[in-house]
Design a protein around this ligand. Structure first.
Ligand code: PHE
Ligand code: ZN
Length: 855
């Protein structure tokens, strides 16, 4: 068993910090093995904490060289988690604390704090990384103005705020905006920039730089374009302007997450910056656009208004995801974006919410905060805001947001503050709505209907399932968007938002001539699982006639899931009416190709397993896999002779552009190619691979080949062409694992981990191999247990070096309870084996204990 019992942090224990920090002066003398950090803090007793208090500063892995109070040496008490200065050593008035510490960035493999990535220095401080740089109250409600001096011979030296001075081997930066330590950043390296200028609405000139390694500067144009569009959009839609003279973005190869919103100095995982048509797929382009926007939008929702404590993480993350989704919807097709966002929500958040890791959007306790950067906090956090907006209406939403920025600019705020601005702006009582923040679990919404004498009645019942630590739930406030259609396809009642607040509630529609066909939960208006016995004919009707694009797609998806379920549970054949409806839609060239491509995407295997489990079945991964393949084959056969023509019609016109329209055409073309290869043994895909001139098509053709057991030669060509490009090679790794047959997945993965190019200390590479295995549903859950074992082995290996990434990848096991007892036993034994390791990180230990239901 592990040696320590890590402490649980509780929201209920919140207290303001004992001191205020009026000013921070940092001096970094950079060296890979012995960087010196001098910190000069101007401290004062905090009137919110009356009395004369000791000063406790967080600090981890720091070698303290000196410590003075008002220039006089003092001897603090040191512990593995920080430094304490007894009250008797401190004045009762403002004073200056100066510490000097030494750290070794080159030895930092955890990638939090100050570390090195291929010769360049960079930092990652959220959530609690600053304490690995210097002694400090490392909590978001302590905000201060930072001035930073960097001493190094490296050519590019960056920190937050505006540049003040550049010397021969030094640079000084000053950030006028008070900020918490988690937004601190420093970068030093031999970098080159792709630059542009931007003028804000009120006339401020801003220099925009994207800093990358030499050779990558021609892959920054799309990120820059996305940044400029984000800045304009935030001015136009939220009235928010940028507030410094320079905005820097840096791309690094070794990064635990996607990107980080440090004030004026965003640091990005290079895979979310670098893009060219040859190296990035359309999905990559869309993701870059969204993440650039997300980090930029944090400048207001996160930085100018930050979080009081880490329990409030969704205050910045839910809102910023909501804003980046709005932005992407405006830039691209709103309907397509909504569908994709809901697919992600279901795949990641519903899965989380239904398992042992379920937690509220605002958790009330944690052991390791890094384990709470989850789909629930991010994606469900965004859905909750969407529901709030739907309930109060667009105008009230705008008023509430204006009030939020007005009232809380410069604050470290809470969810209570957030809800209060909505209450004040609308006069509504949101106390029931707040349960969306405090209670975990996805509500199930049961629907029945009734028609008599021109009156149509919809009756809803909500079931709020128990989750770990929360056996009892309250009914939620549900905005249920409903439209009614006539049997002839006309809409008789346009979209109406019903507000459900009770556990069971009926709504009446009067004056109807005939029994209408209801279109329920339009636009996915509430984050629930809809449970209604809907006849296949009604789904097909909605697939053909619904005026709401989301529900139109949803009808097709539900139809496909019904078909797949019957194939799995009753050994049924792919239903002909489903094939007809889908083929009809796929060939309807009055519809947006992106939309048709989405419709052709079959439900995922994990999604199917989740649905079956939710309906009381034990999912069989092999049968699900076989059913999905069979559906693809049947669809290919149904579309058969039409496919080559469809592919030709969708050929690129003119040079490559990454916009949504062109991407939609490619998506449909690639989907059609995947189907065609099931008929022609890959001949068309081989030809397409040979002449592909962009990564979307290259990957699309290669996937089509791998799916039919071909593509070995193309994999070699791909490797030969891209071996020097890390981000592209990640695709080469993950693709082979994603397309491996269930019985081969573990072996294919093990072979890849044996290659020299498997640089497992790099989080992107680790995820594209070990993460890819856990994403291959039937492969990961193969009855041999080989994949469970392999993933567990690698988690144990990575954990001592990089606990954060190990803990995230461990969520591969969060669904272990869904499957049959044999699989459960194997998975559980692996989890217990991990837990028995002699020195587990707090991160991984918390995850494993929660997954075992032991925490
Ligand atoms: N705050 C970052 C984002 O959402 C995510 C992040 C968290 C990055 C922790 C690094 C570490 O945009
Ligand atoms: Zn964020």
């Amino acid at each position: 068993m592990t040696q320590t019992t890590p402490q649980t942090v509780r929201l209920a224990d919140y207290q303001p910090f004992t001191h205020l920090i009026q000013k921070v002066d940092l001096t970094f003398t950079l060296s890979p093995s012995a960087t010196k950090v001098k910190a000069r803090l101007a401290l004062a007793p905090n009137p919110a904490r009356p009395g004369h208090h000791a000063l406790k500063l967080d600090g981890e892995g720091l070698r303290l060289l000196s410590c003075t109070v008002d220039g006089v040496d003092v001897a603090p008490k040191l512990s593995p988690t920080g430094l304490t200065l007894a009250a008797r050593l401190l004045p009762k008035r403002p004073f200056i604390l100066e510490t000097v510490v030494e750290i070794a960035p080159e030895a930092n493999t955890a990638l939090t704090g100050l570390y090195m990535s291929r010769g360049m220095y960079c930092t990652q401080c959220e959530a609690e990384g600053f304490r690995r740089i210097t002694f400090y109250p490392d909590r978001p409600d302590v905000m201060s103005r930072f001035k930073v001096r960097i001493e190094s011979k490296l050519p590019i030296l960056l920190s937050n705020g505006n540049p003040v001075r550049r010397g021969k081997a030094s640079a000084v930066w000053s950030d006028p905006w008070p900020k918490p330590s988690y937004l601190f950043a420093l970068v030093a390296g031999d970098l080159v920039s792709h630059s542009a200028k931007y003028t804000t609405k009120s006339g401020r000139e801003v220099v925009l730089n994207i800093w990358v390694r030499r050779g990558d500067e021609d892959r920054c144009a799309y990120a820059m374009d996305s940044l400029i569009r984000s800045m304009r959009w935030d001015e136009e839609v939220y009235g928010r302007e940028y507030d410094l003279n320079v905005f820097n973005i840096v791309a690094v190869d070794d990064f635990n997450m996607g990107a980080m919103e440090n004030k004026g100095l965003n640091i990005f995982n290079s895979r979310y910056v670098l893009a060219s048509p040859e190296t990035a797929t359309d999905e990559d382009f869309a993701r870059i656009e969204a993440i650039i926007a997300h980090e930029y939008f944090h400048n207001w929702t996160g930085n100018r208004i930050t979080c009081r404590d880490w329990f409030q993480l969704c205050l910045k993350e839910g809102l910023t995801v909501f804003r980046d989704q709005q932005f992407s919807g405006d830039m691209r097709s709103a309907a397509v974006r909504r569908i994709e966002d809901v697919m992600t929500l279901r795949a990641r958040q519903f899965r989380e919410d239904a398992g042992p890791l379920a937690h509220p959007v605002r958790p009330d306790s944690f052991v390791e905060i890094n384990n709470f950067y989850t789909a629930t906090v991010y994606e469900k956090g965004a859905e909750v805001i969407g529901m709030l907006k739907r309930l109060v209406g667009d105008d009230a939403y705008t008023r509430a947001l204006d009030l939020y920025f007005d009232r809380h600019d410069g604050d470290a705020a809470t969810i209570e503050d957030w809800l209060k601005v909505f209450e004040d702006a609308t006069g509504r009582d949101l106390s029931q709505f707040k349960y969306w923040y405090t209670e975990a679990g996805t509500p199930k919404l049961h629907v029945t209907d009734h028609f008599a004498d021109g009156v149509y009645t919809l009756t809803f019942e909500q079931e709020n399932p128990a989750t770990p630590g929360q056996p009892e739930k309250h009914p939620k406030v549900l905005p249920i968007a409903v439209g009614l259609l006539n049997p002839n396809g006309d809409e008789v009642v346009p979209t109406t938002v019903l507000e459900m607040t009770e556990a069971r509630q009926s709504f009446r529609f009067e004056g109807l001539a005939a029994h209408p066909i209801p279109s329920i939960l339009r636009g996915f208006s509430a984050a629930v699982v809809l449970d209604r016995d809907t006849p296949a004919a009604e789904r097909a009707f909605l697939l053909a006639h619904d005026t709401d694009p989301f529900n139109r797609w949803e009808a097709g998806r539900a139809l496909a899931k019904d078909v797949m379920r019957r194939m799995v549970t009753d050994a049924a054949e792919p239903a002909a009416d489903w094939l007809d409806a889908l083929a009809h839609l796929a060939l309807d060239d009055t519809l947006d190709p992106a939309y048709r491509a989405l419709a052709l995407r079959l439900p995922g295997e994990d999604d199917m397993a989740q649905t079956l489990h939710g309906a009381g079945h034990v999912p069989d991964p092999d049968r699900i896999h076989a059913a999905r393949r069979k559906m693809g084959d049947a669809l290919a056969a149904r579309l058969g002779p039409r496919l080559p023509r469809l592919i030709d019609d969708l050929a690129d016109v003119g040079p490559f552009t990454p916009d949504a329209k062109a991407a939609g055409r490619r998506a449909l073309r690639v989907a059609a190619l995947g189907l065609l290869s099931r008929l022609d043994g890959g001949a068309a895909a081989e030809a397409a691979y040979a002449k592909a001139n962009n990564m979307t098509e290259e990957i699309g053709a290669l996937s089509a080949l791998l799916d039919v057991g071909k593509g070995a030669a193309q994999l070699d060509l791909f490797q030969a062409r891209w071996s020097a490009d890390r981000n592209v090679m990640d695709k080469w790794f993950s693709l082979q694992i994603a397309h491996a047959a269930p019985a081969d997945a573990a072996r294919v993965t093990a072979t890849l981990t044996d290659t020299a190019a498997f640089d497992w200390k790099n989080p992107n590479r680790f995820r594209s191999v070990i993460g890819a295995l856990s994403a291959n549903h039937a492969g990961f859950h193969h009855l041999s247990g080989a994949s469970y074992r392999l993933v567990a082995d690698w988690l144990l290996r990575l954990d001592p070096l990089n606990p954060q990434t190990a803990a995230r990848v461990s969520t591969a096991f969060e669904t272990w309870h869904r499957y049959d007892t044999t699989r459960q036993q194997i998975a559980k034994a692996e989890l217990q084996r991990i837990l028995a390791a002699p020195k587990l990180s707090r991160d991984l230990q918390e995850m494993i204990e929660r997954m075992l239901g032991a925490a």
